[in-house]
Ligand binder design. Structure first.
Ligand code: ADP
Length: 464
């Protein structure tokens, strides 16, 4: 099948989080299955970046560049970048009304790119609000059936309605407004949910949750109205990029039969961060956006109790909310042997934290799929997660009596819930036999894209 992916992020070229990993992983896996997948995203100012060039292309009113990388790259989708001219920005998101203009243009351009390539897509696969107007425009002049995947319903692309006058061609303003207007605002995602032939989201549990007011973020009405046309398909992991046996970001490699290098990585990381560490000191690593969604405020709420009552040490890497960052930095200043906080986004360091830690925490208030818990599993790092969305679909609470389960799961997104979850897991850590079993279970879990891609293939086929 010919599939055009329309999105704002694609790894490693443009990534702020799990969206990039998910689109890239799905795209690569579809290509590996023999499909012709092409990806369209905006040309941000930092692109093409080192190691790549652009081959120019023109279609209708739009100019594109095809990304050309050095030979020997892994086979993946062909990537096209849309020129945004005066709307080109340094960052992937500007978080102001320019985003409306940039992603409106992306939605139009997606319908023109196929003609420029002399290539007919069977499916237009759009991701998140940034591409959500493509299904709306496609309905007016169909190019191919549309799939809209919701990676996070918390981000909807809501702007003052005046952005339509500012950025949308007059003939299309009304078509967009019919779906997108909500009060005085336009809501890109709401419009896309209405218009797409099929709407998917990134885990079965999240697909059920977003039909309710607690998780639907105001879209529960349109999401419910889609009935069976809203489906949940779990994201996969690209184990070529996340593999402790070959990870290029690691100085030492390991697998389930030889964990000694993992222990050495832990000692080295602790030394580098100035943390106290030995075999009996559990190291809890956290890699996260600092946003309310992720529940990191719950971590800061229970840290005093944990530092008092347990031997656990914490290595946190995160960026985002300034108040959370300063709270974490405060703990690191007061207890430098127990808590380390790195404010920033660092791919290499993220890999090292997942490899070197004993546990990771994902106390999300909601989590469409979540990738970090799956990455941690592969590195024998035990996730302690809240039972929501994809976390509920991937982590099963360990039972030391039967030896089943791959992590710790707590129910309530509050300090008490998280404290219970982490204390329970620290109890397992102190029981060497139980812990070995748990780590073996974690490393044996297989969430590769290989298993998930057939779900998308079946879905695409129903639309042909
Ligand atoms: P979300 O997309 O909501 O942020 P996911 O768990 O789906 O959450 O994906 C997060 C991705 O971003 C993972 O690849 C994770 O390693 C990465 N990530 C998050 N924060 C950082 C950071 N500060 N530095 C490096 N990588 C990060």
């Amino acid at each position: 099948m010919n599939v055009l992916m329309v999105c704002s992020e694609f790894a490693p070229w443009a990534k702020t989080g799990g969206l990039a990993d998910a689109v890239t992983g799905l795209g690569n896996a579809l290509v590996a299955r023999g499909h012709d997948v092409r990806v369209l995203l905006p040309r941000y100012a930092h692109l093409p970046g080192t190691g790549a060039t652009l081959r120019p292309l023109r279609a209708g009113r739009h100019r594109f560049g095809e990304l050309q990388t050095a030979a020997g790259d892994r086979a993946g989708p062909r990537v096209y970048l849309l020129e945004l001219d005066e709307l080109t920005a340094d960052s992937i998101y500007t978080a102001d009304s320019r985003d409306a203009g940039r992603f409106l243009r992306l939605a139009f351009a997606a319908l023109e790119l196929p003609a420029a390539l002399n290539w007919r897509p069977d499916i237009l696969h759009c991701h998140d609000w940034h591409a959500a107007l493509t299904p709306v425009l496609n309905r007016a002049a169909p190019v191919a059936p549309t799939v809209l995947t919701l990676h996070n319903v918390g981000y909807q692309g809501v702007f003052a309605a005046s952005v339509l006058e500012q950025y949308a061609p007059p003939r299309l303003r009304r078509a967009i407004a019919a779906d997108a207007l909500a009060g005085d605002d336009v809501n890109f995602l709401r419009a896309g949910v209405h218009a797409a032939d099929v709407v998917t989201t990134v885990s079965p549990t999240y697909a059920a949750e977003i039909r309710t007011p607690e998780f639907g973020m105001g879209l529960e009405d349109v999401l419910n109205a889609r009935g069976a046309a809203l489906v949940g398909i779990l994201n996969g992991v690209d184990y070529d990029l996340w593999d402790p046996r070959s990870d290029p970001f690691l100085a030492l490699h390991f697998d389930a039969t030889n964990l000694a290098p993992k222990r050495q990585l832990k000692s080295a990381l602790a030394a580098r961060l100035g943390l106290q560490a030995d075999a009996t000191t559990p190291l809890v690593g956290i890699v996260t956006r600092l946003a309310a969604q992720k529940g990191i405020d719950l971590v800061t709420a229970i840290l005093p109790a944990l530092l008092r009552e347990t031997r656990a040490t914490f290595a946190v890497l995160g960026s985002g909310d300034v108040a959370l960052a300063s709270a974490l930095a405060g703990f690191a200043r007061e207890q430098p042997r127990r808590v380390s906080f790195t404010d920033g986004y660092d791919e290499a360091f993220a890999h090292l934290i997942f490899a070197a830690s004993d546990l990771t925490l994902v106390p999300s208030r909601y989590e469409p799929c979540g990738l970090t818990q799956m990455y941690a599993l592969r590195y024998g790092t035990i996730p302690v997660v809240r039972a929501t969305g994809g976390l509920a679909d991937t982590i099963e609470h360990f039972d030391p009596a039967t030896g089943t389960g791959n992590g710790g799961v707590f129910r309530d997104a509050d300090a008490g819930g998280l404290l219970w979850g982490l204390r329970t897991a620290l109890g397992w850590f102190d029981d060497r036999a139980a812990w070995s079993r748990l780590v073996a279970n974690a490393m044996a879990a297989d969430f590769s894209w290989r298993h998930q891609v057939p779900h998308y293939e079946r879905l695409y086929r129903t639309l042909l």
